[in-house]
Write a protein that binds this ligand. Structure first.
Ligand code: FMN
Length: 202
């Protein structure tokens, strides 16, 4: 893992954990303030290859991605599909990604019940690989589905799971409110006692 630099301001986003969780997990967070620095093609390729190494049901790898880089007409059109809570900051990302899932198993055409599970795993690999080189991602479910699907012209067999904004982080002051405050709010999680149970069956 390459060393990455986290600014003093961004330290607030580093997860404060009770247990010694890996640095890479601590330092991945959903950024909203993105710098103008482009993500070079080798980094983009590496991020998508990392996604492909996620586990998937029967190794079907039901994920697909369509991406666009800032400054292209497709990027602008993808940004226009986002809801008002996402568009103002996500349009400054360097890359916008449409995360897609194949609905059916390749071998028998039956519905793949695990497709979104597998796509989520791939997306998490993608986010962690990005974070390992100081690139932050932000998954978004807040987009106009009809608009986005029309733009992407997906065949029936493919569904749109989410959009992902990727970029190098920038200072929170680059954002308007309420996004600036969100960029400075610590992240939190439920304690283990709320979701992990050992030997609780009678
Ligand atoms: C499926 C999914 C959809 C999400 N949709 C949005 C969204 O539309 N807008 C947004 O600002 N964040 C969105 N998020 C980001 C979450 O709000 C974020 O992951 C969560 O608050 C935890 O913060 P962290 O990722 O910084 O740890 C989404 C995350 C996921 C996994």
């Amino acid at each position: 893992m390459r060393e990455t630099t986290i600014s003093e301001e961004q330290q607030v986003k580093v997860a404060a954990t009770d247990n010694p969780v890996h640095k890479l997990i601590l330092e991945r967070w959903s950024a909203r303030s993105f710098s103008d620095r482009p993500i070079e093609q080798p980094e983009i390729d590496t991020i998508f290859e990392a996604a492909s190494w996620a586990p998937s049901s029967m190794n079907e790898q039901p994920w697909m991605y369509i991406y666009a880089t800032k400054g292209t007409p497709t990027f602008d059109k993808m940004a226009e599909t986002l809801m008002p809570g996402n568009q103002p900051w996500a349009k400054n990302a360097s890359v916008l990604i449409a995360s897609l899932a194949r609905k059916n198993h390749a071998n028998n055409g039956m519905a793949n019940k695990y497709n979104w599970y597998d796509v989520g795993s791939a997306n998490q690999n993608l986010l962690l690989q990005a974070a390992s080189v100081g690139i932050l991602g932000h998954v978004m479910g807040g987009f106009h589905r009809d608009k986005a699907e029309a733009l992407l012209q997906l065949p029936d067999e493919i569904e749109l799971v989410c959009l992902i904004a990727l970029g190098y982080p920038a200072p929170a002051d680059d954002l308007e409110e309420p996004f600036r405050s969100r960029e400075l709010t610590p992240r939190n999680r439920n304690p283990l006692s709320a979701f992990v149970f050992q030997n609780n069956l009678k």
